[in-house]
Write a protein that binds this ligand. Sequence first.
Ligand SMILES: *Cc1c(COP(=O)(O)O)cnc(C)c1O
Length: 496
Amino acid sequence: MFSRVYRTCNHLLMPKRSVALHSRKMSNNIDNIAKVLNANLQDSDPELWDLIKKEKHRQRVGLELIASENFTTFSVLQCLGSCLHNKYSEGLPGQRYYGGNEYIDQIEILAQKRALEAYNLDSEKWGVNVQPYSGSPANFAVYTGITEPHGRIMGLDLPDGGHLTHGFFTPSKKISATSLFFESMPYKVDPATGLIDYDQLLISARLFKPRVIIAGVSCYSRPLDYKRFREICDEVGAYLFSDMAHISGLVAAGVTPSPFEYSDVVSTTTHKSLRGPRAGVIFFRKGVRSVTPKGEKILYDLENRINQAVFPGLQGGPHNHAIAAIATCMKQTKTPEFVAYAKQIVANAKRLSDGLQDKGYKVVTGGTEVHMLLVDLRSAKLSGAKGEFILEEINIACNKNTVPGDKSALNPSGIRLGTPALTTRGLVEEDIDKVVDFIDRGLKLAREISAKSGPKLVDFKKAAHEVEEFAKSIANLRDEIEEFSGKFPLPGYPDL
Ligand SMILES: *Cc1c(COP(=O)(O)O)cnc(C)c1O
């Protein structure tokens, strides 16, 4: 203790001249520290700066059709890059384990209020937790909160369009921790129609007696029948947990059916069609769950269970910069621009689906009513991997995906295409016609290459790069696409 006092006071003990010297040194030191701390990334880390610039360029010149991606707004990026990032605030507003949370509390309360408003929810009937780090942790928190270890859950199988966190496992391995710590049984789509087989789900649920049924998809181009899910849940005594990660922007804008009327719990990511920060949110019911024949009211007890599963169950300090960004993105959903954007997403997806079908491609379920579609490339005699590869070569980003009836998840036969990101950049139907043309020309080229290279993906890739005629066609198409996409602005910082 003494030495600390002494050290901080030792300039008082020095002769005058050396005090002046010393304080000049100190201020130099402070200047230096400030310089280091405030260095522009471009100067402090040119190697990384260069990589970010390259990624920005890639985003600008490409056509982003990955259904889960988007370009978030400048306001959201400002929140993410703000001082809120610095603060620890474990706990909930008003009940923190750290001091200094006066403003953080107000920000989190604002995010909660706006999240409820975005979905027109009554705060007497619904509560919300805005702390999950992303969609996967949010889902794990839901299961942790509403069931016990080895509790039974049922979700749409991953190859059928479900998400990993809906309990995915294979015969040889429990892939997702949601299948390791909980007992999961998948339900499926009807391979003939590509639509969820609700009758079979009911039969399986009667036998399996799950605690939770998950209504949520990562690759499915039709609205879910939440009413049907509710009926099945009621019959077997399960919670209905809707995971609206992909469609939450569309739900907020009212352009696709909302899960809230029928669900007990709803989770979402905030970075997909919602166009906010990379984060997660959980909504849970409050108030009366049911009334017994004697008129006794049974109340929901989800609020504490879910809040405590998030913290201290699974997480530590909330990401306050992300929570602020959630607040502002939820506010954005209430603007006419956002509603127009969401409508345009669906219009663009329909146009994309129609255009590709006009050119002879097969679209699973025959079309789309949401933001995405699944193209079955089997009749085009291509694998999903080859399709994805060639499109990536020409700067169209999408992902290979299993289609109903695929034998192996390792060699999927389709590609998933989504329109949120392109819609954010301002593309409308006429522009989508151009995109259809680019995709068609890319896939035709892929067929030519495949005819020459044979079935193996390695040979296909080799031929695409090494056969001069193919490499040239790829380069030409890529240049054309770069010129086209360059016309559409990207939100955000100019460089980063
Ligand atoms: C994307 C997605 C998630 C997971 O979100 P992450 O933020 O990637 O963890 C969960 N559920 C569904 C249905 C999704 O599509």
